[in-house]
Write a protein that binds this ligand. Structure first.
Ligand SMILES: *Cc1c(COP(=O)(O)O)cnc(C)c1O
Length: 221
């Protein structure tokens, strides 16, 4: 199947508030152009240098999302144009995004990454840490960063019950915070190639899909 037909298939299965982030990390520019030409406008990248290179040559109406681990010393390179940072995983990073957003005279939308998977390696806050953050003054003082929701990655497994229960944990936290400390919450970023159908059922508003659209990534490029 072509990129266009994959995107069409995914979009036709997404109902209501859920939108597709085409994860184009490690994919060459012609493939992004192909997705763009069939109407895709939101692209997700995970490396700062790769993102800035692609941003400089591709059309200006693309909404760029950052989905990978972001080092504080690299925030400045994406602050002028980034639409949404999915992966805020420390207060230190939030403070730096706020500082760079101020320099660029803008407010940057962000999501907090929450650790929901069994795997140790994945980044993110625990649900308790997220609640603590919303009660801390250092965090509430940040005026140029707008935290509009949460992001998480489920365990990489064939066990759909485990995946679903991890997504439920995050969607429950999302709804609790929306009703109490974070009424501005609008985005729940869950679901990748192998689990986006479950994520949709559990309330995802942004699915992040790479391999299913573009094929396997070539990490050698
Ligand atoms: C790479 C990546 C994706 C896309 O994964 P696929 O399995 O290729 O769909 C989604 N989210 C994050 C955070 C990623 O790093």
């Amino acid at each position: 199947m072509s990129i266009a037909s994959r995107i069409k298939e995914i979009n036709s299965s997404l109902t209501g508030e859920c939108r597709l982030v085409a994860v184009s990390k490690f994919q060459p520019i012609p493939l992004l152009k192909e997705a763009y030409d069939c109407g895709q406008r939101i692209f997700g990248e995970s490396k700062v240098q790769e993102l800035t290179e692609k941003e400089s040559v591709l059309p200006q109406d693309i909404e760029w999302h950052f989905i990978g681990h972001l080092q504080t010393n690299k925030v400045k390179y994406i602050a002028p144009f980034i639409s949404l940072i999915h992966s805020v995983d420390s207060l230190k990073l939030a403070i730096e995004i706020d500082r760079q957003a101020k320099k660029n005279n803008r407010v940057i939308n962000c999501l907090l990454e929450v650790h929901i998977a069994k795997e140790e390696s994945k980044q993110g806050f625990t649900p308790d840490e997220v609640k603590q953050l919303f009660l801390s003054n250092a965090f509430l003082d940040l005026k140029n960063i707008n935290i509009i929701g949460l992001m998480g990655m489920a365990t990489y497994t064939e066990n759909n019950n485990l995946i679903r229960s991890e997504f439920k944990t995050l969607s429950t936290l999302f709804n609790d915070l929306k009703q109490s400390l974070a009424p501005q919450f609008s985005e729940l970023s869950i679901g990748m190639s192998n689990d986006y159908k479950i994520a949709k059922e559990e309330g995802s508003t942004l699915v992040r899909i790479g391999t299913y659209i573009f094929g396997e990534r070539d990490y050698g490029i």
